[in-house]
Design a protein around this ligand. Structure first.
Ligand code: DGJ
Length: 579
């Protein structure tokens, strides 16, 4: 077993590319005179104030904080909205390959790039670390005014262990594999091995420590994703002898007590499964949760969570950044094992939370068209919404608005961002441009129920959507409802959606595309709501700069508000009442 702290031998020193910025004070004292006394007194004073200063610096690290009922990411003391994009899996393995990617990322108006970092390249030989790639990415991110969100591709990447270093992969005796029912090893590291978790956790600790050294003052790196799309496939759980033995043992007390304490507020689907098995508070996994793949999944989720928590623990001990895990979602009708079983999925949120308390939140990778539904599921029971991967199609340009406006999302990020082309690139750049302008206002309104997201509920939505905000009901019609056909058509005007912020009793900021909105009072009354003014405009450094006054044909002679399809706009609207 390894000691908890190891000395890391660096293959290539990072200090050439990015140097840490320690504050060093050298005092030369030659004689015992008044200067010495002054220095001693000064040091005493410094020591007295050292603790609070250190505390303040801790608070300046990127961290999460609550505002109303939302959770915000705070970077450099201010809330931060991630307008992100995730790189394809192999892109960040070559700084040369990355060269044309940086300007593209800037042109798309991203502020954060999600980049895989690879265990196999970071620790090519046991205990020998190479951070040259990581350093190069940080340096280029700074040059291009980007923040970075590394994805720790280590023990599991989409269920598999393809990113484990060769010295792990080739030593199956020391680093055991998950086995199928026939006893065959898969290219999946077992979640039940201490050697496995220690190897991953020590590498992650070295990585986080390095981040602290090279970025502890700059905060280019703002959060970290631990592993990638954890989940068992093609079986619902591991079948090795160790796994079998644990499966026949009682459900661990930590999990049982967690569930008992929160019995009334558990995720309904999970609670129902436990209820169906009789709400037992002790017994084996099958006694407590029933027999079947759903129970295999709960069992596996607990051990995946424990493993991940240990990795996060050693990493956070070196450098405490917000950490999260992401999930491959469930195709309708699929069973655990047909989809990656036991990942951080909505129905397993309680198990993951109990098993991995050091993971700050669970995230969905949303590639399915029912975007709003998955957002809702991932915002259950206080889980902050952050979408690290989304299908890079035209809809992503409006989905970003919806996630942020409706669910106070920490951020949004389409996948394979370096490969997006027109029309997606143009739409996303326009969408992010507007969201960037609105970011201060959005962040101010998060968690206060003064903002809503707008997205069509279905392809054939004929009846206007009724949205309540402030003292009004908004009747929202989408000029181009999203549908899978529209998405695959890849046409810019195939999308519609946006967000609304209530900035005063009768005043709203609308942003988005393809929207027509009429207004009523919130409760039925004899007054009619009219549009007093509608201005289009921009936010420049957080200040509203108005453009055209929209009236006449642009508001259907005062009857409605319209954000035309095919482009993203902001409108500031004042309402009034008449009889
Ligand atoms: C989800 C994974 O998390 C990504 O790394 C990538 O493999 C995509 N799927 C590919 O669609």
């Amino acid at each position: 077993m390894r000691p908890p702290k190891v000395r890391y031998a660096l293959i290539s020193s990072s200090s050439k590319t990015i140097s840490p910025r320690p504050v060093k004070m050298m005092i030369k004292v030659k004689r015992f005179n008044r200067r010495v006394i002054t220095v001693v007194v000064a040091c005493g004073l410094l020591a007295t104030f050292a603790l609070p200063v250190q505390g303040t610096q801790e608070n300046l690290l990127p961290h999460l904080r609550r505002q109303g009922n939302a959770t915000q990411l705070v970077v450099d003391g201010k809330p931060f909205l991630i307008l992100g994009g995730e790189l394809g899996n192999s892109t960040s393995s070559s700084l040369e390959y990355m060269r044309p990617v940086w300007p593209k990322v800037v042109s798309l108006n991203l502020n954060t790039l999600l980049v895989p970092v690879y265990w196999e390249l970071i620790e090519p030989a046991e205990g020998k670390f190479d951070f040259s790639l990581v350093d190069g990415l940080i340096q280029e991110a700074r040059r291009h005014q980007q923040r970075l969100l590394p994805l720790w591709f280590a023990s599991w990447k989409n269920s598999m262990s393809c990113y484990a270093p060769a010295w792990v992969k080739t030593d199956q005796r020391r680093f055991p594999r998950a086995q199928d029912a026939a006893g065959r090893g898969m290219e999946i590291l077992s979640a039940f091995s201490k050697e496995n978790v220690d190897a991953d956790a020590h590498a992650f600790a070295a990585f986080m420590r390095h981040l602290r050294e090279v970025d502890g003052n700059d905060h280019t790196v703002i959060m970290v994703q631990v592993e990638n799309e954890i989940g068992m496939i093609p079986d619902s759980r591991e079948r090795s002898a160790v796994a079998e033995k644990l499966f026949k043992q009682p459900v661990p007390t930590e999990l049982m007590s967690y569930l008992v304490e929160r019995k009334e507020t558990l995720i309904p689907e999970f609670r129902a499964a436990w209820a169906a098995a009789g709400f037992k508070t002790r017994g084996t996994w099958e006694e407590v949760f029933g027999v079947g793949p759903k129970t295999d999944e709960i069992f596996m989720a607990w051990y995946f969570a424990r493993f991940t928590n240990r990795v996060a623990q050693l990493g956070a001990a070196e450098y405490k950044l917000p950490m999260f895990v992401n999930a491959a979602l469930i195709r309708p009708g699929y069973q655990p094992g047909q989809y990656p079983s036991a990942g951080p999925l909505p129905h397993l949120m309680d198990v993951w939370r109990a098993g991995a308390p050091l993971i700050d939140f669970l995230s969905p990778d949303i590639y399915f068209p029912n975007f709003a539904e998955w957002c809702r599921k991932y915002q259950q029971s206080g889980n902050p919404l952050f979408i690290p991967e989304a299908a890079p199609n035209p809809s992503s340009a409006v989905n970003a608005f919806y996630a942020v406006g409706q669910h106070d999302a920490i951020g949004f990020s389409p996948f394979a961002i370096e490969s997006v082309e027109e029309p997606v690139s143009k739409l996303l750049a326009a969408s992010y441009d507007v969201l960037k302008q609105l970011a201060p206002l959005i962040l101010e309104h998060q968690g206060k129920s003064s903002m809503v997201g707008l997205l069509p509920e279905g392809a054939e939505q004929r009846v206007p959507q009724k949205v309540r905000l402030g003292s009004y009901t908004l009747n929202v019609t989408y000029e181009r409802p999203t549908s899978s056909t529209a998405q695959s058509a890849q046409t810019p005007d195939a999308i519609s959606g946006g967000l609304v912020i209530s900035v005063g009793p009768d005043e709203f900021i609308f942003a988005g595309t393809g929207l027509v909105i009429t207004f009523e009072t919130e409760t039925p009354s004899d007054v009619t709501v009219g549009i007093l003014s509608a201005q289009e405009g921009k936010y420049v450094n957080g200040q509203w700069v108005s453009g055209r006054w929209l009236n006449g044909d642009q508001t259907h002679q005062g009857r409605h508000l319209r954000l035309v399809p095919g482009k993203f706009d902001i409108q500031r609207v004042k309402l009034y009442h008449y009889r």
